[in-house]
Design a protein around this ligand. Structure first.
Ligand code: SAM
Length: 212
């Protein structure tokens, strides 16, 4: 079965969303904001239902879509999420406020490479979702994994990057360069003895790492 048919089939297994979810997805599409694809989000929510993290850390808020969807999967959680783009940060705050979730979702405006201290001063997290600049995943992981408790999960999105990671080709040099960086991250991650890691070929590829 080809990837497109498979993805379409999986899309059809997703229950209908509430109206605010559809609206945010439409806004993201119209304004070229890269939010997590529907099938991956469905999977991420299931991971959260299984793991029941009380404290979630997210690198890459964009417009608050994934933070709100993670909270949907565990309504008792609290989330700290970091976004460096000012316009997206403000939009995320508005959206989170409109959903009445400002008490549970803290949005930090800043570069995740620079606001580490703010996070280190907080209690440890049970779950981290890395979904920001792809060339920096290793740095994000190194900087923030000390703030994840033993047994906590770290989820990295886009680790198969449009298929280019497993099948490097020269038809798009920019994509090939990104894919090489992601491949280096994947190799480093799966050989990291402090974590059990598995890569799942869903959506754009998701790595699930459990802290030993
Ligand atoms: N997680 C979001 C969702 O699914 O709704 C999508 C996040 S989008 C793929 C990546 C976001 O990370 C962008 O909005 C970008 O501005 C932000 N970003 C990239 N590098 C960052 C960094 N070093 N620190 C903070 N934010 C960063």
């Amino acid at each position: 079965m080809n990837d497109e048919l498979l993805n379409q089939y999986l899309q059809e297994t997703i229950p209908l969303n509430e109206e605010w979810v559809n609206k945010l997805e439409s806004y993201a599409k119209e304004n070229h904001v890269p939010i997590m694809d529907a099938v991956s989000m469905h999977f991420l929510q299931q991971l959260i239902r299984i793991h029941q993290p009380a404290r979630i850390l997210e690198i890459g808020t964009a417009i608050g879509y994934s933070a709100l969807r993670m909270l949907q999967a565990n309504p008792n959680a609290t989330i700290t999420t970091i976004e460096r783009d000012e316009e997206r940060f403000k939009y995320a705050l508005d959206v989170i406020k409109a959903q009445n979730k400002l008490q549970q979702i803290q949005v930090i405006h800043g570069d995740a490479l620079e606001v580490v201290e703010e996070i280190r001063n907080q209690d440890q997290f049970d779950f981290m979702f890395i979904d920001a600049a792809k060339g920096q995943y290793k740095r994000f992981f190194e900087l923030y994994s000390p703030s994840i408790r033993k047994g906590g999960l770290i989820i990295s999105d886009n680790v198969l990057f449009k298929g280019y990671v497993a099948n490097p080709s020269n038809d798009n040099p920019k994509f090939t360069k990104i894919a090489n960086k992601i491949n280096n991250y994947n190799q480093w991650l799966i050989n990291n003895e402090n974590f059990h890691t598995v890569i799942v070929p869903i959506g754009d590829g998701i790595a699930i790492s459990i802290k030993k």
